[in-house]
Design a protein. Structure first.
Length: 198
């Protein structure tokens, strides 16, 4: 199974033998990797029926639900990690979804596309068109993305809301980005340790 760099980074963030809830798990590639390589006890939530059938065929524990409605069936800190990889920008109420993820997980991992990537900026500035990049491969009329944010937007949002960013990694086309990630990274992966108390 081919593994993306974002999945590798997420796996580095997660301790062996942990419990993981993957929100918007898609067809379950990440959950499969975590089970095989990290001995994780994983569960997924997905809204797309076709993706759920693929997950079930892989033997994964996945429930059909809309994460925009929250996670009322899960108690506080009932998972070691909650993952939102490439799904936060697709939900209607990202603030509510992230607060619920932080409530349910001891730590939360968020992976987001960077809408301020340099090629996206150039496409808007010079071509006057909505950008299409490797991390944003959709046309304006068929994109699942509802919210368009940059890495800097997400970092500022976390500071404003009191969410603690414990680690962050940034990914370019083929490798990690260490210089000016808001300009040169296609995606970012963040490990949130919860909320600042007091």
């Amino acid at each position: 199974m081919k593994t993306g760099l974002d999945h590798r980074i997420i796996m580095e963030f997660i301790d062996d033998g942990s419990t993981v809830l993957d929100l918007g798990c898609g067809t379950g590639e990440l959950l499969c990797l975590l089970a095989e390589e990290k001995d994780v006890k994983g569960q997924g939530i997905e809204i797309d029926d076709k993706a759920i059938f693929e997950c079930v065929a892989k033997g994964l524990n996945v429930f059909h639900d809309d994460i925009d409605t929250g996670l009322p069936e899960y108690g506080d800190k009932s998972f070691d990690y909650v993952v939102l990889n490439q799904s936060l920008q697709q939900v209607k109420k990202p603030d509510h979804v992230l607060r619920e993820a932080i409530r349910v997980g001891r730590k939360v991992i968020v992976g987001i596309p960077n809408f301020a990537y340099i090629k996206a900026r150039l496409q808007i500035g010079f071509l006057g068109r909505v950008p299409v990049t490797p991390s944003l491969p959709y046309q304006w009329y068929d994109t699942p993305n509802l919210h368009f944010l940059s890495l800097l937007d997400f970092i500022e949002y976390c500071h404003k809301k009191g969410f603690v960013i414990e680690k962050s990694r940034y990914i370019g086309k083929k490798r990690e980005v260490h210089i000016l990630p808001n300009l040169f990274a296609l995606t970012g992966v963040f490990l949130l340790a919860g909320e600042v108390k007091g």
